[in-house]
Design a protein around this ligand. Sequence first.
Ligand SMILES: NC(=O)c1ccc[n+]([C@@H]2O[C@H](COP(=O)([O-])OP(=O)(O)OC[C@H]3O[C@@H](n4cnc5c(N)ncnc54)[C@H](O)[C@@H]3O)[C@@H](O)[C@H]2O)c1
Length: 253
Amino acid sequence: MSKPLDGKIAIVTGAAKGIGYAIADRLARDGAHLVIADLDGATLEQAAERLRIDHGGRVEIAIGDLSLEEVARMTVNTAVTQFGTVDILVNNAGGGIIRSFLEHTPDTLRTTIDRNLWTALWCCWLALPIMKRQGYGRIINLGADSVRNGLWDHAAYNAAKGGVHALTTGLAREFAQDGITINTVAPCAVNTEQLATIAEKFPALAAKFLSVIPMGRAAEMTEVASMVAYLATAEAAFVTGQVISVNGGSTML
Ligand SMILES: NC(=O)c1ccc[n+]([C@@H]2O[C@H](COP(=O)([O-])OP(=O)(O)OC[C@H]3O[C@@H](n4cnc5c(N)ncnc54)[C@H](O)[C@@H]3O)[C@@H](O)[C@H]2O)c1
């Protein structure tokens, strides 16, 4: 039986664990061959092996800090040399350094922007010429619903993710007639190890994060991955420039 992403080549960044792994797992299940990229080489290798065993498709890895141009270039080149192209780019690498604004240091501020914005910028910049040449591409960025509701302790993170949201609309217009769609999936709190750690160390803060979600729970990683998987299909051809929340109703419209 055919699958929605049969034969498609996808790069998923930050896929060693967490939401990125869940996305890689879903895209592999849907038939894509993968390049998965991450800073954490050992965990990435284990993730690749698990994906090969579970889904039988080809999975290549790219290890390094994607906020550096040369690492992003190596990642995109891995897709080109191993598979001949890039059809789908999922800019998932990122993550918050969640603290009140004045508790940030110069280092944590810079890392927040590097990790969430530069990773996506470089990968878009390097993958788009390939997508434009072939007249087809799907880019899905991971943003954050906190940009919309100004969640506690998220100002610096929102500055970075707000950049990702803005990159999405600008690129979507620029490449609208090239067969390329660019969208962002913006989750609320997601049921990850980080949320579990926050809930353990700062239960009142975790409760506040959940209090803004009408459904009264965090998103499951698979619920984020399924939205990414839809946007990655050929069928999603007329959806571009959108920031689509997966948020249990915490912001509406
Ligand atoms: N977890 C949430 O509640 C939540 C909510 C909204 C948005 N998001 C976004 O979803 C994405 C995934 O989040 P997660 O919770 O799974 O995070 P995570 O920390 O569990 O995983 C992120 C992965 O990205 C990798 N990574 C980070 N910086 C990198 C870099 N510079 N180069 C290469 N790899 C890098 C990490 O090594 C890690 O494996 C992130 O962009 C995050 O900002 C998460």
